[in-house]
Design a protein around this ligand. Sequence first.
Ligand code: TXA
Ligand code: MG
Length: 318
Amino acid sequence: MKNSHSNIFAFNKKILKKTTKNLIIGNVAALPTETVYGLAGNAYLKKAVRNIFRLKGRPQSNPLIIHYYNFQKAREDVVINKFFKKLYKKFCPGPITFILKKSRKSKVHPIACANLNSIAVRFPKHKIIRSILKKTNFPLAMPSANKSTNVSPVNSIDVLEEFNNKIKIIIDGGKSKIGIESTIVDLTSTPTILRPGIISKNMIEKTLKIKVKSKKKFNEIKSPGMMKKHYSPGMPVLINQTKPDGKSAFVYIGNRYKGKKNFFSLSKNFNLEVAASNLYRTFRIIKRKGYKKIQISKIPLVGCGIAINDRIKRASKF
Ligand code: TXA
Ligand code: MG
């Protein structure tokens, strides 16, 4: 069954077959995950990987995350270590990405990993992406399904907004529950958080029973994509704001400005997980309404607030 947009499809057996057929030959498809929507291609095929970089306008130096159904399917491509085993057992499938050493016999195309000897692997939880990964005998290289530097999409219409008709298959899996990208943890040496997410540093430390580092500044080789402007809603974003200027969209947490024009609450009940899940959605709503600037009030730097602050700080580098 097709949706009202000709390239957005509801999920069923027929579209599952059509999607896997396309992925096998190196075409791409936009697929839902529990974090954000991704632009997926066969990670073993040069054609597919190149397609992804081209469509996103992504610099070749910025590596992609490789998505697998389970540990068993990933073991040929990576060098397994004890930290990975522990974190996998605790959090997977789920919103966490591991940087591991790439194995010498890995079939993942070098371009997907920006020719690094490390590889980012993730085991997503959303049932649609899992049913596709289960059916294929290759993993999926899959960055967020947005043009480079834009906000990640959290539903199928957002993907359409990013790419119009350039992507022939967009599978609708409803709104992404988590709404921000996975936590990235580098396990190639002392465990280090490269990108905060809803799986927090604390949760990782508890599982590994060691102190984990957090990278404040990302160097060129570790995470090239994280240096420049990122997560940008396409207009200036001002953070830690206290005075609404009267004409910008004012984003906050709570219900202080309930029902007032220009005010957008991320969570009425001060729930930071809910706030994270509404962040990109709210940015897009604001853009569609024609605002020219976003003011954001202070977001507490605890729990999911750490990930929210990370994203809005980058969004503010307009
Ligand atoms: O939730 C997510 O992780 C989503 C969904 C679709 O799975 N994906 C996602 O991918 O956010 P992307 O490409 O938008 O962000 C991946 C980040 C990039 O900033 C990239 O630099 C980093 O992962 N990365 C990939 N491979 C790496 C590596 N070998 N070492 C360090 N960072 C790496
Ligand atoms: Mg992205």
